[in-house]
Design a protein around this ligand. Structure first.
Ligand SMILES: Cc1ncc(COP(=O)(O)O)c(C=O)c1O
Length: 401
């Protein structure tokens, strides 16, 4: 297997770390880290109102990053890409824009799945409180796929929005979204949370028939606080922005204002150039290592190896899928009689980084009647040895409790 670990300086500086928390945030390769330093030393400036060289370079990098993302997402136009801070912000921006433009009104229904991250639940709950929309949850099957029968039951005439994650951050299950868009009516908008899919495999917004999609930079080796919100151009043109200031405004008079053209009117701030650059470099790094194909090759081997070890230990309950297909390298689990925080704590003592809790998916934890679970997750820099070290500690815990 390829050794990508050497590309990530955190592991050279901290050789004893076993990092198994990439579903929360991935580590950064030196290609990204050095590019940020290089940019700040050589080209940094504000953009859009420029005549001088470093601003021209900065502007070019900014748009290059959007062009690269559009290319990765198979979006028709890079101007459909909007940067925000994180997914919560992206979804709030979108939900508030839908309210502001009266796309969503009292009694309209939004359908999400029961596994969603809070960031795809709370913005809709806010609209439920604010204007009286309804929010309904689609169940999952025993295999943790979307329950299409339940979807069909709940997909009535009141549904205006279907907003679904592509991959669960708890189970690692990949949802078959094709089934959903095949059943979707033209008057329903389709939002895809690609946060846990974009770091692993090609997300094609056109093939998905999505109207909006979003993902985060920090899970795909870029810096924190850069989110990508992709909109179909017709909605960018049709909707008025709910927030507007700074250079998003074209003309301001005492009696009124005109909004700037797309996409700037939905990006009403001086953008963080360093974040945008880091995302560009992260995607270039993926291209340098032969793209998603290489990521998936490593993923398949590590998933197979980890699953064999989980499945060999009957005292561990995986949440939940024991199967190898249609999943990414996320493993949530619990041991009946040991608190998940105690397991994470013992892992931390051995410098093994995992996570414990409800993974920002509390409705899903309630649905499964689980108070909390541990989550270990992998990425391209992980190795068989990392998984072995994790199971050495697990075995020790099992032996001594
Ligand atoms: C499926 C999913 N959606 C949204 C988010 C939220 O991302 P952020 O913390 O960058 O807002 C996460 C983060 O774990 C996630 O897994």
């Amino acid at each position: 297997m390829n050794n990508f670990k050497k590309d990530f300086p955190i592991f050279t500086k901290n050789p004893s770390i076993v990092y198994l928390d990439s579903t929360a945030s991935s580590q950064k390769p030196s290609y990204v880290i050095n590019s940020i330093k290089d940019y700040l030393e050589n080209d940094y400036s504000n953009i859009h109102r420029w005549l001088y060289d470093i601003a021209i370079n900065s502007e070019k990098l900014y748009f290059d990053s959007k062009k690269k993302i559009a290319n990765f997402l198979n979006a028709p136009d890079y101007k459909e890409i909007i940067y925000t801070y994180n997914s919560n912000y992206a979804l709030n921006l979108l939900s508030q824009t839908l309210r502001f433009n009266k796309v969503l009104k009292a009694w309209d229904k939004v359908l999400v799945s029961i596994v969603e991250h809070h960031s795809n639940i709370v913005p809709w709950l806010i609209l439920k409180e604010e204007i009286g929309i309804e929010l309904e949850f689609i169940n999952v099957t025993k295999n943790f796929d979307l329950d299409i029968n339940d979807f069909e039951k709940k997909y009535d005439d009141k549904v205006k929005i279907i907003s679904l994650t592509y991959v669960s951050n708890v189970t690692g299950q990949i949802f078959d979204l094709e089934k959903i868009w095949k059943l979707k009516r033209d008057n329903t908008l389709f939002i895809v949370d690609a946060s846990q899919s974009f770091p692993h495999f090609k997300v094609d917004v056109q093939a998905l028939n999505a109207d909006f999609a979003f993902f985060t930079g920090h899970k795909i080796m870029a810096d924190s606080w850069i989110w990508v919100l992709w909109w179909k151009r017709e909605f960018l043109e049709k909707y008025n922005p709910v927030f507007s200031w700074g250079w998003a405004i074209n003309e301001v008079k005492e009696c009124g204002f005109k909004n700037w053209a797309i996409p700037f009117r939905f990006e009403p701030w001086t953008p963080n150039m360093t974040w945008a650059l880091s995302l560009l470099k992260a995607l270039e790094y993926i291209e340098k290592i032969w793209g998603y194909e290489e990521i998936q090759k490593v993923e398949d081997e590590l998933v197979k190896y980890a699953l064999e070890k989980f499945n060999a230990r009957e005292k561990i309950t995986l949440v939940w899928s024991k199967k190898i297909e249609n999943r990414v390298w996320v493993f949530s689990f619990y041991i009946d009689w040991i608190h998940s925080l105690d397991i994470a704590d013992q892992m931390a003592e051995e410098n093994i980084c995992i996570r414990a809790g409800q993974h920002c998916a509390e409705p899903f934890a309630d649905y499964l009647w689980i108070k909390s679970s541990c989550r270990m997750s992998l990425y391209i820099y992980n190795s068989f040895e990392d998984i072995d070290k994790f199971f050495d500690v697990i075995d020790n815990i099992l032996e001594n409790n």
